[in-house]
Every structure is written in C-alpha cells, then in structure tokens.
Design a protein. Structure first.
Length: 131
C-alpha cells in the first residue's frame, strides 16, 4: 500500500513539474541586462524622466532652439519698433530702425527655411529607414 501511495505521489509531482516548469522556463529572459534595464527605467520614471529615443530627443532640442530664436526675434522687433518710435524724425535713427527690422525679418526667413528643409529631410530619412 505504501508503494502505491509513493507511485501516486510521484506521478502527481511529475505531472505538476511538467506543467509548471515550461512556463517558468519561458518566463526567463535571455537578455542578461534586462533586470538592470527594468531597474533603471523604474528609477528614471520615479525621477520624472521619460525614456525617449534619439529622434525625439533631437526634436526636443530643436524645439528649444527655435523657441530661443523666436524670443530673440521678438526682442529685435520690439527694439526696432522702439527705436523707430523714439527717433523723433531723425533720418539716421529711422534708417537704423528700418535696417534692424529688415535684418530681423531676413533672419526669421532663414530660420524658418532651415527648419522646413531639415524637417523634410529628417522625415524622408525616417520613412526610408523605417522599411
């Protein structure tokens, strides 16, 4: 009777191991750095840092640069307008204000054109490499 219990318990144990071990084996990651990457992601998430890829990071840097250039353009336009309004009819001061205004607008045109071209090229490169 003890041998029948032993055989039954052995069969149950083998059956349980046969059902549990494959799922445990498939749960193991083949990447040796997976645990470290998960820990790093959790620490970055707790710090409020979002994981992003290189194009997203470059896009954010370009947006910061364009914002800075937009602020400079706004300041130049305001300064040129101030010079023009306080010129008091002096032709030299008015000419200086007009020159500054036209230079600021030309700079803005150059910046917008450069952004448009680079955006087009980056988009087309992304489409070409995504395939």
């Amino acid at each position: 009777m003890n041998t029948i219990k032993l055989i039954k318990s052995s069969l149950v144990t083998v059956g349980l191991l046969a059902t549990i071990l494959p799922s445990a084996a498939f749960a193991v990651s083949t990447d040796p750095f997976a645990a470290g990457a998960k820990q790093l992601d959790s620490v970055a998430g707790a710090a409020g840092v979002q994981k992003s890829d290189l194009p997203t990071t470059i896009g954010k840097l370009i947006n910061v640069g364009l914002t800075f250039l937009g602020i400079i353009f706004l300041v130049l336009i305001l300064y040129a307008g101030f010079l023009w309004m306080t010129a008091g009819g002096e032709p030299e001061a008015v000419d200086k204000a007009k020159a500054l205004l036209s230079q600021a607008v030309i700079g803005l045109i150059i910046i917008v054109t450069a952004y448009s071209l680079s955006s087009f090229v980056i988009t087309k490169l992304g489409e070409a490499t995504a395939a």
